[in-house]
Design a protein around this ligand. Structure first.
Ligand code: SF4
Length: 360
């Protein structure tokens, strides 16, 4: 592929500030990714208004690595920029600045044709399986089209491969002749996963793949993704607002707020000892098993500010119970902790980066 440019994987690991103990290979490296959307007013506004045009900073300086064979969860409330980040990774949203390197390919500067070819290696599973499947196509036609467009195999092999794919996702080959409306929500999501697998990708980006499903079906789809990841050696980015799902499925987690990463690290470390007040607030919002849990909750004030006018300094400061004057004017740097890194001024107050008292 002619768009391939050299990429220093070692450098990417060093820049990330965090790496797995086994030093596994970085498959995807994102640096200082920004996706800004200009807000267009009416034509009269643009002719006569002297005000600066407004910009929605959906993603604002995000950096992370994804190691081959691992699962990263992008988690946060609605509007935090997690879906925009996922779409930018696959070229569905063009970055305003920053770099995205996937398996040595610079995605942000690729043209349309090169991106189309690369999407064979990177597939997206959408939240709503019904709207992402063509209602006029049978399951077979959907899978066939995907395999033909991506030159996966000779035409004569497609029917056999489609039958194998159906079995792989827990459906019957006999169901290939059916249309999407003839399936339940969970089965439709299985078809979406089969379509993603049809091109033999290296990475799957799943955007809230269980959000539109009943709880019992959510579990089945999560188990299917986990099993496929292990069996096929896939790398996965799992986008969700549900932290309880993260603990189940992800090796690492990036907690996002207003277009920025607040905390990044091993899922177990983040869950055991969150470093950022925002992560702690999200964890405290989960239902607790122990009725007599005496931990002190972090309660955020108000609601998320508009990404049209994000707060200066730390983006969380208008809502954070620990905010000081410094938080309103100076953006915090990441502070390395054991297994995680978090961006909060409180973490710089002690030498070893551990907080005492407030969130202990
Ligand atoms: Fe809260 Fe300040 Fe830390 Fe931001 S930097 S999370 S406002 S204490």
């Amino acid at each position: 592929m002619e768009d391939k440019r050299m990429f220093d994987g070692e450098q990417a690991r060093a820049d990330s500030g965090w790496q797995t103990a086994d030093g596994s290979e970085v498959l995807l490296s994102v640096r200082d990714l920004r996706v800004h959307f200009p807000v267009r007013g009416s034509m009269l506004d643009s002719l006569f208004s002297k005000a600066k045009p407004q910009v929605v900073k959906a993603v604002d300086g995000v950096s992370f690595d994804v190691h081959r064979g691992s699962t990263l969860a992008l988690v946060g409330e609605s509007g935090c920029g997690k879906t925009t980040t996922g779409r930018a990774l696959i070229g569905l949203n063009r970055p305003t600045s920053g770099t995205i390197v996937f398996d040595g390919y610079r995605i942000e500067s690729m043209d349309y044709e090169a991106l189309q070819r690369l999407r064979r290696k990177m597939q997206f599973v959408f939240q709503d399986p019904y709207s992402s499947l063509n209602p006029r196509m049978t399951v077979y036609t959907t899978l066939e089209r995907s395999m033909l467009l991506n030159h996966v195999c000779p035409k004569r092999e497609i029917r056999d491969r489609a039958a194998v794919l159906m079995k792989t996702v827990g459906l019957l080959p006999d169901q290939l002749s059916r249309y999407p409306h003839e399936f339940s929500g969970g089965q439709r999501q299985r078809i979406s996963i089969a379509r993603a697998l049809a091109v033999e990708p290296e990475m799957i980006i799943a955007d809230e793949p269980t959000a539109a499903l009943d709880v019992s079906i959510q579990c089945q789809v999560l188990n299917l993704l986990l099993e496929l990841k292990e069996r096929l050696g896939l790398t996965m980015i799992f986008i969700t607002h549900d932290l309880s799902v993260v603990n189940y499925i992800a090796d690492t987690v990036a907690v996002m707020y207003l277009g920025k990463i607040m905390e990044f690290g091993h899922t177990k470390s983040v869950f055991r000892k969150p470093g950022h007040p925002y992560t702690k607030a999200l964890l405290d919002a989960l239902p607790r098993r122990k009725a007599l849990d005496t931990r002190r909750d972090v309660k955020l004030r108000g609601s998320i500010p508009s990404p049209l006018d994000p707060p200066a300094g730390c983006a969380l400061h208008p809502r954070c119970p620990y905010a000081s004057g410094k938080c309103a004017v100076q953006a915090p740097e990441f502070v390395q902790r054991q297994g995680t890194k978090a961006a909060c001024h409180l973490l710089t107050q002690t030498e070893n980066g551990e907080r005492s008292g407030l969130m202990a």
